[in-house]
Design a protein around this ligand. Structure first.
Ligand code: DI6
Ligand code: FE
Length: 408
């Protein structure tokens, strides 16, 4: 007879299983959890014999996989509301970057900030996400742009994973833009990343993946290719900020290196989409950046959908282009701005977001053998998650089978 730590009964369950219709719904379901893992899930009527240390009746509440924010820049110093204001007076994002503002202004603030300050500010943002049902968050570096500052950011991100109770995946984004020390010489800075920063981050086990900003204001495909080749030698998976402001061949490049994800993709070409489909690379759509930049070119959702590319959604929480710290608003914008269905939005912050982090085997759906990361909602139906903007219908968040309180 089975011996469980926790048994959840009388639940409606959106399992979000791959290929299952209608959110993979189990109408009157139960979940049995042992050792932080889902040991059994199904209709309560079929529950096998077993004993549980604790049983909770959920009174018909909806359960979904806990949410996953698979693209954030949560660790940074300062804020850039001044640039936001200037952009509303007509100055472009590219112009501000060319003046030495933009990403570089956050680099200065991040270099100047102490570890403690960075940690405290990011923890506040992490808890804000957790209050919305988020259990797993990806955090990128990219506002240090020298070895010590990039490692400082990654260490802060790792420490957040160890102390916050949430699961944090770290990504090295030293190739975010060219720092002042290498002004005008992107190739030399790329050499520095390849020879110094990347091996140091890999040596300390600080990065779960490597990212780059492939864009006219940052690095071109040839430069990123050199970085990805080195990442591959070090056994690190890659992902890419691709084709956001122009078609720089980013989707094709990401696919060529079997990237976990290609993110943004507003200007991705038909060839790019085909390449992503063939390589199994996830598309991560970032409607917060689209909205903030007042963009008009939509990502090729119909083509992505039609060719079976997994579509994830994330906040891209960053001080420049997406000061958005709400996965619910990201979902709501995904449907309103990009035409994603509420079910695609929920899959985009669960199953497909897990895939975009290389964690699809472990979380993102509610199935036997997966981590018991479960969000409990006060909702009539999970389609409401993309429908409401600005409400907090979370009733409980279980991380590895334990109720998680985001409040200290
Ligand atoms: N993600 C990024 O990293 C860049 N754009 C985006 O969507 C720039 C972030 C920034 O301006 O700080
Ligand atoms: Fe980003």
């Amino acid at each position: 007879m089975a011996d469980w730590d926790l048994l959840l009964t009388d639940a409606r369950i959106a399992t979000m299983r791959q290929g299952a219709p209608d959110y993979g719904t189990i109408g009157a379901g139960a979940i049995a959890i042992a050792g932080g893992i889902i040991d059994w899930i199904g209709p309560t009527a079929n529950l096998p014999d077993g004993t549980a240390t604790e049983t909770r009746s959920l009174s018909g509440r909806w359960l979904t996989p806990a949410l996953i924010d698979c693209h954030t820049h949560l660790v940074f110093g300062g804020q850039r509301a001044d640039e936001f204001e200037r952009r509303l007076h007509g100055v472009s994002y590219e112009d501000i970057a060319a003046e030495g503002g933009g990403i570089l202004s956050t680099v200065m603030a991040t270099r100047a900030a102490s570890d403690e300050q960075l940690h405290a500010d990011a923890l506040t943002r992490l808890r804000t996400l957790a209050r919305e049902g988020v259990a797993t968050v990806e955090i990128k570096s990219g506002y240090g742009l020298d070895r010590d500052s990039e490692l400082k950011m990654l260490r802060v991100a790792r420490r957040l994973g160890e102390h916050s109770g949430l699961s944090v995946r770290t990504t090295l984004l030293a190739a975010h833009t060219v720092p002042p020390e290498f002004a005008g010489d992107a190739d030399a800075y790329m050499d520095h990343i390849i020879d110094e920063i990347l091996p140091a981050a890999a040596g300390e086990g600080l990065a779960d993946a490597v990212d780059a900003y492939c864009e006219s204001v940052a690095f071109d495909a040839t430069q990123v290719e050199r970085l990805f080749a080195r990442a591959r030698e070090l056994d690190l998976r890659v992902k890419l900020h691709a084709d956001q402001l122009s078609d720089g061949g980013g989707a094709e490049l990401a696919a060529r290196f079997g990237a976990l994800s290609a993110d943004h993709l507003e200007y991705a070409s038909a060839d790019g989409v085909r390449a992503l489909a063939e390589s199994g690379t996830a598309a991560v759509l970032l409607p917060g950046a689209y909205l903030t930049l007042n963009a008009t070119q939509q990502p090729p959702v119909a083509a992505l959908r039609g060719s079976g590319v997994p579509i994830a959604i994330a906040t891209d929480c960053n001080p420049g282009t997406s000061p958005l710290c709400s996965i619910h608003v990201a979902m709501g914008l995904g449907s309103r701005l990009f035409g994603l269905t509420p079910e695609e939005c929920l899959a985009g912050v669960t199953r497909e977001a897990a895939r975009a982090l290389g964690l699809g085997h472990d979380r993102g759906t509610l199935e036997n053998g997966k981590r018991a990361d479960i969000a409990v909602w006060d909702l009539d139906h999970p389609r409401e998650l993309a429908y409401w903007l600005g409400t907090h219908p979370l009733s409980d968040l279980l991380i590895a089978g334990r109720s998680f309180s985001p409040n200290p």
